[in-house]
Design a protein around this ligand. Structure first.
Ligand SMILES: [Zn+2]
Length: 296
């Protein structure tokens, strides 16, 4: 039995909220590597983690979304993957203060696999082994493969994470609305996506982020996910409501109360692990934590 099974035996679990949008607020320049802040502005990264732990998050996610050598290579940092991933785990671990589990974040490598692009599965496996191996060596408690649109890429990442044995592996896709329900950018349906994640060996499956989704969409998505997760825990980490553009920037306007209301309904729909993606803040997570506490 893993810590995830043990935790879920007591009720739904709360993850954390956004890292990227919080670091942008702290002064990170758009388009630069947020992973570099794990060594250049460790105080800022640790402060975000600490705020989420204080808000009630019991699973926190490392600042390594773009931490594979291929993704870091776009910033000239490809050879620093091991260092930046290890630093990220240390920061999250210190901020967790023994109150939260630390899972290593693995995002998309940022290109397309053959035949749509020129990256081979072998190249993807190599870059993922470097990142996930570094996260594991640094002491991460599990892995979350997130914001994926290609089920082959997600399944490859889950399989590489599974090579390290029985630590929890979460797998979440970014969906968008479609005439027949929800699909990823690659056209993958919820059923196809979740089936690929489960077959690759994911312990918890679901959705995070997404394109132009409102909180009601995430509830309909939750129903669809629970319907095809084969009894495995479903995780949903919505953005703070529908994105809006203001002064050339994307803003998210859902309030902490909106997210608390959403959390209550998501739990009723069968979601077992909740958190937030773009635009969510410690205030949103604190409001969600109150709902979980009230249900406990
Ligand atoms: Zn997001």
């Amino acid at each position: 039995m893993t810590w995830l099974d043990e935790g879920l035996a007591h009720g739904p679990l709360l993850g954390d909220g956004a890292m990227g949008t919080m670091l942008l607020r702290a002064g990170l320049k758009p388009g630069t590597s947020s992973e570099l802040w794990n060594v250049e502005r460790p105080d800022a990264v640790e402060a975000v983690h600490r705020a989420y732990v204080d808000a009630g998050a019991r699973i926190i996610t490392t600042n390594t979304f773009g931490g594979s050598p291929i993704a870091l290579g776009r910033h000239g940092l490809g050879d620093r993957a091991a260092e930046l991933n290890a630093a990220a785990v240390s920061l999250a671990r210190r901020a967790s203060d023994g109150k939260a589990r630390v899972i290593g974040d693995v995002g998309p490598f940022g290109g397309f696999l053959e035949p749509y692009g020129d990256t081979t599965i072998e190249e993807l496996e190599t870059t993922l082994r470097t990142q996930i191996g570094a996260l594991r060596d640094a002491g991460a408690d599990g892995i979350v493969v997130e914001t994926m649109v290609d089920p082959v890429e997600l399944a490859t990442a889950v399989r590489v994470a599974r090579e390290h044995g029985e630590w929890p592996v979460f797998a979440t896709f970014a969906f968008q609305r479609h005439v027949d329900g929800f699909r990823t950018l690659m056209g993958t349906t919820v059923e196809q996506a979740i089936s690929a994640a489960l077959m690759a060996g994911a312990d918890a499956v679901g959705a995070n982020c997404g394109t132009d989704l409102g909180l009601d969409d995430y509830l309909r998505l939750a129903d669809a996910l629970v319907g095809c997760a084969d009894g495995r825990p479903v995780i949903v980490q919505p953005n703070a409501g529908t994105p809006h553009e203001a002064d050339g920037r994307i803003v998210y306007l859902a309030t902490p109360m909106d997210l608390a209301d959403w959390a209550l309904r998501a739990i009723s729909a069968g979601v077992r692990i909740l958190g937030g993606c773009c635009g969510t803040t410690p205030d949103h997570l604190r409001a969600m934590a109150r709902i979980l506490d009230a249900l406990a």
